[in-house]
Ligand binder design. Structure first.
Ligand SMILES: O=C([S-])c1cc(C(=O)S)c[n+]([C@@H]2O[C@H](COP(=O)(O)O)[C@@H](O)[C@H]2O)c1
Ligand code: NI
Length: 406
């Protein structure tokens, strides 16, 4: 579904197929065609396990797609029963390393397999090295994962966001028996990688370990930008039919970093700490910022029993609140956190790039009102220039500001 959705964005199919051929895997055909899922036109990407030749790339037209898709699926199931390759992580890494893929897609593909291996290792109670992939080790999963890696690399995007991933309920029959949905490997991937699941009222497996592994590796952030332009849309079709459209949508978006004049709702978490060390407090500060806090700060306070102490304040959104509270409890001596839902109003801003004596510098254009704005160069860019040019912060900062104003 991921490969189909990415291809449907308009990415280069020929390029992808050439890379897949370079995997030197025998015995698969690829079929790319359009289908309808709940009346929505979507692209389908099938890896058909066949004899010993790896080629034949067909595209069906939209009119024939319904019939074709069901025929194809039957053939996938039938051949799958007889193809049960067992490979371990080492074998898979070698297949990827020996291919013509460039470094980044190799890294992505190996990273996805590692996530799946970790989850399987927990499910079966064995070490990662001992995990012998079954379904996921078969040719189709290698192709799905490598194709995803190639297309993501081609897309060259900055961040990937996932909305909570839908899952059904019930059981699924695999070679080893009947497993509950979500299957153990999927549940482990979600728990080990902080993925968000959306349990639906549909019966059946909606997300496989391969799909979950892809999402876990690619996910950079949980929180979607509030405002964005949708540049391209790709729709990938799944094999099953549910009452809701079994599709995966990919939006290529361009973030418009303007905050509305509407009031934004956030949380202020506070706790007074009189018995943690400076090391504890420094550590938790970084942890909170690295795990989604919008801001973290300390206020020196004077507490009961004449104790000089600190109040820890954390600004967060709803999505990260529970995780941040866990971090505070885990890393400090706090035994209680106050919570306030607060409103904030922020100035409109836009991300821009400015040409300066030192090259391109990222900046924010901050609108004070409809006709007035100021430009604020990004600190990290100024810092890099200072280090590179061996200059002081003030030298670089004021030079850039005077260039902006001239
Ligand atoms: O064969 C094994 S060991 C196996 C384990 C698990 C666990 O969750 S553990 C799940 N599955 C099922 O295999 C199919 C194919 O998954 P892909 O990720 O290869 O597409 C799927 O139904 C899994 O639930 C197999
Ligand atoms: Ni098996």
């Amino acid at each position: 579904m991921t490969v189909a959705a990415l291809l449907d964005l308009g990415l280069n199919k020929e390029n992808l197929l050439n890379y897949l051929k370079s995997l030197n895997l025998e015995g698969f055909d690829i079929n790319i065609y359009r289908v309808y899922k709940s009346s929505i036109s979507a692209l389908k990407f099938d890896v058909i396990l066949s004899g010993n030749s790896s080629k034949i790339i067909k595209e069906e037209n939209l009119e024939n797609s319904k019939i074709n898709s069901s025929l194809k699926l039957k053939s996938v199931k039938k051949v799958h029963k007889h193809t049960h390759d067992h490979r371990n992580l080492f074998d898979i890494r070698k297949i990827i390393d020996d291919s013509n893929l460039t470094e980044n897609p190799k890294k992505i593909a190996k990273g996805i397999f590692e996530i799946i291996a970790k989850a399987e290792s927990k499910a079966h109670g064995i070490s990662i090295e001992d995990v012998h992939f079954h379904e996921v080790g078969a040719v189709d999963s290698i192709v799905d994962i490598v194709a995803t890696a190639v297309l993501i690399d081609e897309l060259g995007i900055e961040n990937i966001y996932f909305s909570p991933i839908s899952e059904g309920y019930g059981t699924v029959k695999i070679q080893h028996g009947i497993l509950p949905v979500p299957v153990p490997a999927v549940a482990n991937i979600f728990s080990q990688n902080d993925l968000l699941m959306n349990l639906t009222d549909e019966e059946g497996e909606m997300i496989t370990p391969t799909g979950a592994g892809i999402a876990a590796f690619l996910k950079a952030k949980d929180e979607m930008p509030k405002k964005f332009k949708i540049k391209r849309i790709g729709i990938g079709a799944g094999s099953k039919d549910f009452s809701r459209a079994n599709i995966l949508r990919v939006f290529e978006i361009e973030e418009v970093e303007t905050t509305s004049t509407e009031v934004d709702e956030i949380y202020l978490l506070e706790t007074n700490i009189d018995d943690s060390t400076g090391e504890n407090l420094g550590f938790v500060f970084e942890e909170l910022l690295n795990n989604g806090a919008k801001d973290v700060y300390y206020t020196p306070i004077y507490m009961k029993k004449n104790r000089p102490s600190y109040m820890l304040s954390v600004i967060t959104d709803d999505l990260h609140k529970t995780k941040l509270e866990e971090i505070i409890y885990k890393n400090t001596t706090s035994i209680g956190i106050r919570e306030q839902r607060i409103k904030r109003r922020v100035l409109n801003r836009e991300k821009i790039t400015i040409d300066t004596k030192y090259g391109k510098v990222n900046a924010k254009k901050i609108f004070i009102d409809e006709s007035n704005y100021r430009i604020q160069p990004e600190f990290e860019d100024i810092k890099s220039i200072c280090i590179k040019e061996n200059l002081s912060f003030n030298d670089v900062y004021y030079r850039i500001i005077s260039e902006i104003n001239s």
